[in-house]
Design a protein around this ligand. Structure first.
Ligand SMILES: C[S@@+](CC[C@H](N)C(=O)[O-])C[C@H]1O[C@@H](n2cnc3c(N)ncnc32)[C@H](O)[C@@H]1O
Length: 457
């Protein structure tokens, strides 16, 4: 029997908080230290080098609650903001994901809008932006949930297959009782959101099957000693309580978060933003819908992979082949659309080549459809950004190019052209690093890179 942890003991200045603060300060020190890789790119250490390569959000309070493909670090966002005149800064992130940009803006007292179309990831961002909750209210909610879970009767028959692969009988028994408790405590309050977060952030930790750092479940790999769910959940609630104490003292809750579509940005007023900071999905076949399959299956939001299309994927920019099966897209029609006019001469031959290459490959992946639809969707996004941005304003996309089936797609140049066609005035690209990781095993050696696309006007 696990002895319940006394949350009241997590006071300002105690060990947990001190360790956290040291960790945070160390992380910040490292960020600003001389970094040879950053020096190579720029003679002077400046914001350009500091994306997710150089600092891990998982070491930062609140940011560390959920591991996600963030695209960049919160400290880099803060650096960008610090470099600018704060009095006139208004930031939009149209692909806000788990909320890095908005949290960083709150830390710098800069107003921001965050847009996310993935409903589950939106809830994660919403929970993280609930850091202004009174810690004692959260702690008392968590204690009620632990008490409820102790008395509840587990009902585990209904869980989908993936859950059976991840958890043994005892672990699932406790997780189910705690899930019932979390559901019973949902009353629309911010402390209820944090309690949901505590459960969600524990699910991969206690999985007996291997879980890739932030992605898919690996049922073939087993962890030798998975931690106890009760202890893990106590630790998660302690961490959240400590982090909200820490964050509430340094941040101002100004961010506005919306479930919305970056291709429209309907929730952001015309001309509102002076700065856009974002990392859109790359055209690299990563499936954001699948990234939260374990969590959504456990929380009863999907039964399996097949439900992801309806619940998540259909809301997202089309950046993976699962999103665009052969008969779902009229390729000629997409390529002839006015949205793609600024890049039509270049994108048509690329998609035609992909249409023929795919037939020679075993997987027959529909990268032809994916590339056409991706740029169609991003062309709409550039138009939406033009509407929500003041004149002048700055847009920074953390982005890389792509080579599905070894066919090079000049994402950066095409984005630049789409941005100009949408009404922006200029674009430049700051390369941060070379890469060819994603496609390396697929028999091509096309050199790729990643960096900051700056659009102005
Ligand atoms: C690279 S991630 C951004 C991660 C983010 N920087 C963070 O801190 O977590 C891209 C995000 O875009 C979201 N997305 C995809 N299509 C979208 C759309 N049409 N509108 C808004 N968000 C979308 C994905 O769900 C994903 O969370």
């Amino acid at each position: 029997m696990v002895t319940p942890i006394k949350y009241q003991s997590v006071q300002e200045g105690d060990d947990v908080l001190l360790r956290l603060r040291e960790d945070y300060e160390q992380a910040v020190l490292e960020l600003f230290a001389e970094d040879p890789e950053a020096q190579k790119v720029h003679p002077r250490l400046s914001a350009v080098g500091h994306t997710s390569n150089f600092l891990n959000n998982m070491r930062l309070p609140v940011h560390r609650w959920f591991r996600y493909s963030a695209g960049f670090s919160a400290e880099w966002v803060k650096w960008l903001l610090a470099e600018r005149d704060g009095s006139d800064l208004r930031v939009v992130d149209p692909f806000v994901g788990s909320g890095t940009t908005c949290l960083a803006c709150d830390e710098m007292a800069v107003p921001s809008f965050g847009i996310e179309a993935h409903p589950f990831v939106y809830r994660v961002a919403e929970a993280k932006l609930s850091y202004a909750t009174h810690p004692e209210l959260f702690i008392s909610k968590a204690e009620k949930a632990f008490a409820f879970a102790r008395k509840a009767t587990a009902r585990t028959e209904h869980y989908p297959e993936i859950i059976g692969k991840c958890y043994g009988v005892e672990t699932l028994d406790y997780l189910d009782r705690f899930r019932q408790a979390v559901e019973a405590e949902q009353d629309g309050s911010s402390e209820a959101r944090l309690l949901w977060m505590a459960l969600v952030s524990s699910l991969r930790v206690v999985s007996e099957a291997g879980t890739a750092p932030w992605q898919y479940v690996l049922p073939g790999r087993r962890k030798t000693v998975p931690p106890s769910p009760e202890i893990t959940l106590h630790k998660a609630t302690q961490m959240i309580a400590a982090d909200i104490r820490f964050m509430a003292r340094r941040a101002t809750p100004l961010a506005k978060l919306h479930v919305d579509d970056a291709r429209k940005c309907v929730t952001v007023p015309d001309g509102w933003a002076t700065l856009v900071i974002t990392s859109p999905p790359y055209a690299n076949n990563y499936d954001y819908a699948d990234a939260t399959r374990l969590e959504m299956a456990f929380m009863g939001e999907i039964r399996g992979w097949g439900d992801l299309q309806e619940t998540v994927r259909r809301h997202l920019v089309r950046a993976c082949s699962q999103h665009v099966p052969p008969k779902s897209v009229n390729l000629d029609e997409v390529l002839a659309s006015p949205e793609l006019a600024p890049i039509r001469d270049e994108i048509v031959p690329v998609c035609r080549e992909l249409s023929s290459v795919r037939l020679e490959r075993g997987g027959k992946k529909t990268y032809n459809n994916m590339i056409a639809c991706y740029f169609f969707d991003l062309a709409q996004t550039w138009k939406a950004l033009r509407r929500v941005c003041a004149s002048p304003s700055e847009v920074c996309f953390v982005i890389g190019d792509s080579a599905p089936y070894g066919v090079y797609v000049p994402v950066i140049e095409w984005f630049g052209k789409l941005a100009l066609a949408a009404g922006f005035e200029s674009w430049t690209f700051e390369k941060l690093r070379d890469r060819n990781i994603k496609w390396k095993n697929r028999k091509h050696r096309v050199p790729l890179c990643e960096g900051h696309l700056w659009v102005r006007g």
